[in-house]
Design a protein around this ligand. Structure first.
Ligand code: GDP
Ligand code: IMO
Ligand code: MG
Length: 426
């Protein structure tokens, strides 16, 4: 029985949702441990497409219990809508979803603050999803946040909500922007709270009891390594730790209980929002990758910036996260290319370097050094086993994992559930 943490090794949207869905076939519990509804995890099953934002992707497998751990910031209105939508589409949610009492809640005033900060930043804006994620985490560390436990106690919830809302309304007033209609917002919250409250429980207990009973747990990372608030391209990051260690603090499990870290990487790279992206391909080729890969944000619909595989950044991410096992997604997007550049080093101020700089200003200045690998010029969409890959595709994949120092365990060649293969079945 392996307890597995799955995280993104690039700038998010690596195809984590799809790989989680593939792995959860055998998981008993799936746990989200950070982020919020800034995430958009896509799973395609047959002709149906699901995009999960707050609820663990494991909900689509009938067996798995799903937990929203304490490290997640939860917008109760969005959670309620997401549950309704899944139920409407025939997914069984009742009795299968738990929310930690310790989750911080996200409210409309956080979303408004998110918008206000972005406006203030002007051209240097982060390009957030405007879901209020940063302001909600800021409230948490400022010790003024409201937690999911309060959903069970409307009186104290109302008092805290109105106090915080009044405080932020003074800021909105000073900034000359619209204030929050507190009564209208409280009406929505007081309607939804009793519906979400029954899900709220001490998930640390549930999780650790399941682990003790030998159940298999999958921790579902959101975002990616370079959006991590400590290790990413700060300040162009999200406001949580997105790397594997966060599974412990945000899920409520000890490091000694984690057996495996799976890192997901696209066969190329994308990023949405602002900030340095060394291997970004602008112009025609960037547009080509965006079109072939359908690279538009699953949460905001924004076009994603596209570029080549960056072995320097991804190797550092593997080291940092301990992702010994790799899933490479979207190989099929490269099917028609003659030659495929892979970044193997950077030049920084005229000097060749092979490690990711830790100073964002330096990351912004690096010039990628590429080597070109031959393309395979045929479709891989129907490949289901290693031996069926064209030789050049095998060479490309093998080269990527050699460069980043990890084991290739899963390859994905299309968005559908069955377009996935395990190379080293357990
Ligand atoms: P996540 O946030 O990491 O879960 O990734 P997203 O769902 O935001 O973005 C990944 C996108 O790529 C989704 O539209 C998936 O349906 C799609 N996708 C995942 N794996 C593959 C693949 O191997 N090939 C192709 N063509 N699309 C894929
Ligand atoms: P998944 O889980 C890609 C990016 C935003 C922005 C920055 C900060 O689907 O991979 P935030 O709203 O979090 O304060 O925005 O982080 N971002 C993501 N990019 N995938 C995501 O999630 C993201 N979640 C946030 O675009 O640049
Ligand atoms: Mg996504």
């Amino acid at each position: 029985m392996a307890n597995t943490v799955l995280i993104g090794l690039q700038w998010g949207d690596e195809g984590k949702g799809k790989i989680i869905d593939y792995i959860t076939g055998r998981s008993d519990v799936v746990v989200r441990f950070q982020g919020g509804n800034n995430a958009g995890h896509t799973v395609e099953i047959g002709d149906e497409k699901f995009i999960l934002h707050l609820i663990p992707s494991g909900i689509l497998r009938s067996k798995a219990l799903c937990i929203i751990g304490n490290g997640v910031v939860v917008n109760p209105l969005s959670l309620h809508d997401e549950i309704d939508e899944l139920k409407r589409r025939g997914i069984k949610v009742d009795g299968r979803l738990q929310v930690s009492t310790r989750c911080q809640l996200v409210f409309q005033y956080h979303c408004m603050l998110d918008g206000l900060f972005e406006k203030k930043l002007g051209d240097s804006k982060i390009g957030t999803t405007k879901r209020g994620i940063g302001p909600a985490y800021a409230d948490k560390v400022n010790r003024v946040g409201i937690r999911a436990a309060d959903l069970k106690h409307l009186d104290r919830f109302e008092k805290r909500f109105r106090a915080q809302a009044a405080f932020y309304n003074r800021i909105f007033r000073d900034a000359g922007v619209d204030e929050l209609d507190v009564d209208a917002e409280w009406k929505k919250l007081s309607d939804v709270a009793p519906r979400v409250a029954p899900l709220v429980t001490d998930t640390v207990l549930t999780l650790n009891q399941m682990v003790k009973a030998g159940k298999e747990v999958l921790f579902e990372g959101a975002q990616g390594t370079y959006l991590d608030v400590d290790y990413g391209t700060y300040p162009y990051v999200t406001s949580s730790n997105t790397t594997s260690g966060a599974a412990c603090t945000g899920g409520g499990i000890a490091p000694s209980r984690i057996d495996l870290v799976v890192g997901v990487a696209k066969a190329y790279t994308t990023r949405v929002g602002s900030g340095p992206f060394p291997t970004e391909a602008t112009g025609e080729i960037g547009e080509y990758l965006r079109k072939q890969g359908g690279e538009y944000g699953a949460t905001t619909g924004r076009p994603r910036r596209c570029g080549w595989f960056d072995a320097v950044a991804t190797r550092y991410a593997v080291m940092l996260t301990g992702a010994d096992s790799i899933a490479v997604t979207k190989l099929d997007v490269l099917d028609s290319l003659d030659k495929i550049p892979v970044c193997i080093a950077y030049e920084l101020d005229g000097k060749r370097i092979t490690e990711m700089p830790s100073d964002t200003e330096e990351i912004a200045r690096v010039v990628p050094v590429y080597e070109e690998l031959p393309g395979w010029k045929q479709s891989t969409a129907n490949v289901r086993s290693w031996n069926d890959f064209p030789a050049a595709a095998k060479a490309y994949l093998q080269h990527l994992v050699e460069l980043i120092g990890a084991r290739l365990d899963i390859v994905s060649v299309g968005p559908k559930r069955d377009q996935t293969m395990s190379l080293n079945p357990a």
